[in-house]
Design a protein around this ligand. Structure first.
Ligand SMILES: [Zn+2]
Ligand SMILES: [Zn+2]
Length: 242
């Protein structure tokens, strides 16, 4: 497998990228559990383990990516993209998760933070609060226009309703086979197939590069509106296979 950050070939033994030093940890594509080094099948469900990008908190901070890591005592609950790193006070809502300025054209979302699997992409990852209001959307579109490609690493399971809201420049979204639910439906970008960008230009189609087969994708929960956009050609599905 190639490194999601720099396209270097991963060392199959250590799951490290010799080019950029990125670390990968196998994650079960069925249940999202992090596997031990060398484990290729999940001991809990028998699912296949695929390398998920495993970043440090420091690495995430440098990439401008925040995670919500709620904990109580020694227990860590499901981790989401969005919010803040320190979830002891449960501060979560109205905190943007992607804070890199300017936004990078290619955003890679890891599947683990320091060995702990990240469950999903929360609503306020790219946009928060006012940016959901139609009158403020144009400014949000302008800010997000720079993001062309989003890559979600192996292990992430869910994208919530507003996960990629206002990502007006998005051309490619790469999703892992571990996805079970894609609730974001692109309505903010395509509406009824009309011009919504405020500049007389229709949003170009978004290609979803799915790391699985068409049959695998049928098991992913999507909205009927998502399916309508596929039918209208707004969303182009590309199946990379297993
Ligand atoms: Zn690399
Ligand atoms: Zn499993």
């Amino acid at each position: 497998m190639k490194c999601e950050l720099c396209f270097g070939e991963l060392d199959a033994e250590t799951l490290r990228c010799p080019s950029c030093g990125a670390k990968y940890t196998p994650v079960c594509v069925n249940c999202g559990r992090a596997l031990a080094p060398g484990e290729t099948l999940c001991p809990a469900c028998g699912g296949e383990g695929l390398p998920g990008l495993d970043m440090t908190r420091q690495g995430l901070t440098e990439a401008g990516i925040k995670c919500f890591m709620p904990y109580a005592g020694d227990r860590v609950y499901d981790i989401y993209f969005g919010g803040n790193h320190d979830g002891g006070g449960w501060e979560f809502h109205n905190l943007r998760g992607y804070v890199r300025e300017p936004p990078q054209p290619r955003v890679v979302l890891p599947a683990l933070v320091e060995g702990r699997p990240i469950y999903g992409i929360w609503n306020e990852f790219f946009c928060v609060g006012d940016e959901f209001v139609p009158e403020k959307q144009e400014a949000a579109f302008a800010r997000m226009m720079q993001i062309r490609e989003i890559v979600v690493s192996n292990g992430v399971r869910e994208a919530f309703t507003y996960a990629f809201f206002n990502c007006a420049g998005l051309e490619t979204l790469e999703l892992p086979r571990s996805m079970v639910s894609m609730k974001y439906d692109f309505y903010d970008l395509f509406m009824d197939g009309e011009e919504v960008m405020g500049n007389g230009v229709k949003k170009t189609p978004v290609t979803i590069r799915y790391r699985g087969t068409e049959e695998d994708w049928r098991r992913v929960a999507v909205t009927s509106r998502f399916q309508d956009y596929v039918a209208m050609g707004c969303i182009k599905m590309e199946y990379l296979g297993r």
